[in-house]
Design a protein around this ligand. Structure first.
Ligand SMILES: CC1=C(/C=C/C(C)=C/C=C/C(C)=C/C=O)C(C)(C)CCC1
Ligand SMILES: [Fe+2]
Length: 313
């Protein structure tokens, strides 16, 4: 382990739990969330689904994808590749993982969607209470993804049916029943975060819960994912990598390549389906594919950081 690695992992750890003021994404997310909550609470109607799907696809591409684009740098920091040959192998492994998820989805869409929701709940829940028990984070993630089914059950079921025909209604129904309990866990998380000296996390958790209940599901997801989750990971990622132009270059490259692949898929497959159905499939099945190798790397990084910290103290 070199000195650079020690500095960067400890920077990331500080970024996650050791700050004393609210980070920039708290203000960004809170401002947008409050405007959306007020707009939809006073009776603002949902925009047409096709418009929501197009806006979501653009926002995810521009603001969401970059937060996973730092993966090659994380992999380098934790020693998964060093030269051009191991870099090529890393990229190949990443692509195989993405392709395996997409193929699995084609073969078994219902179980794949359930698995995707479960893995995403763990992934999103980790945005808060980083130094607390894991069940608190899982509750927050489960609540985040179940609350839309509590207030917009038919809409969510319709979206799920687009992704997993025949399974969407049952999954939305299950979430409808899970949501109240998960919400209690999420609110306990909000109280505990405040008591740990991170009141901004309580604000985020509360606003995310209200937004998930009030806004149309895709609007809620776009705001949470792009203004909070992605910005948080990008900020922490840039602090941990701190390699200047190389970091920016890698982020741009690894954002642009998946976008080009997605555009290719959009024009290449299922021309029979409507544009919004195709966009939703590409956005969410694509995210599922990217999330698996991304979460494996984040997990390896966390293990690596823990080991580095125990060496340091
Ligand atoms: C499909 C769908 C949903 C779930 C989306 C998920 C689970 C996204 C996961 C993205 C990930 C894990 C990105 C990685 O950073 C909602 C919002 C519940 C309701 C609307 C339809
Ligand atoms: Fe993520």
């Amino acid at each position: 382990m070199n000195g650079e690695g020690i500095v960067s992992t400890s920077t990331q750890w500080r970024g996650a739990v050791g700050r004393s003021t609210a980070p920039v994404e708290t203000y960004l997310f809170s401002t947008i969330a409050v405007i959306a909550i007020v707009a939809f609470a006073v009776g603002g109607g949902a925009p047409p689904l096709a418009a929501q799907a197009v806006v979501l696809a653009v926002l995810v591409a521009v603001f969401g994808l970059p937060h996973g684009a730092l993966d090659p740098l994380i992999a380098r920091r934790i020693g998964l590749w060093r030269g051009s040959v191991s870099f090529a192998i890393f990229n190949l492994g990443y692509l195989v993982a993405v392709a395996a998820v997409v193929v699995l989805w084609m073969l078994a869409p219902g179980p794949s969607l359930v698995l995707f929701l479960a893995v995403s709940a763990v992934h999103f829940g980790a945005d808060w209470n980083a130094d607390r028990a894991v069940w608190l984070r899982v509750f927050a993630g489960v609540a985040l993804l179940s609350l839309p089914s509590l207030s917009h059950r038919d809409e969510v079921a319709g979206l799920y049916e687009t992704l997993a025909p025949g399974a969407g209604f049952a999954i939305a129904a299950a979430q409808f029943w899970i949501a109240p309990l998960a919400l209690v866990g999420m609110l306990i998380g909000a109280v505990l975060a405040a008591r740990r000296g991170r009141p901004w996390e309580s604000v985020e958790l509360t606003l995310a819960a209200v937004l998930a209940l009030v806004a149309p599901p895709l609007v809620f997801f776009a705001i949470y994912f792009c203004a909070l989750h992605s910005v948080r990971h990008l900020r922490e990622g840039f602090a941990a990598e701190s390699r200047g132009r190389l970091t920016v270059g890698i982020t741009v490259l690894y954002t642009v390549v998946p976008i080009l692949a997605a555009v290719g898929v959009l024009f290449a497959v299922s021309r029979g389906a409507s544009l919004d159905a195709r966009l939703l499939q590409i956005v969410f099945i694509g995210l599922a594919g990217l999330t698996v190798p991304h979460m494996i790397l984040v997990g390896l990084d966390a293990r690596h950081s823990t080991r580095t910290r125990s060496v340091l103290v």
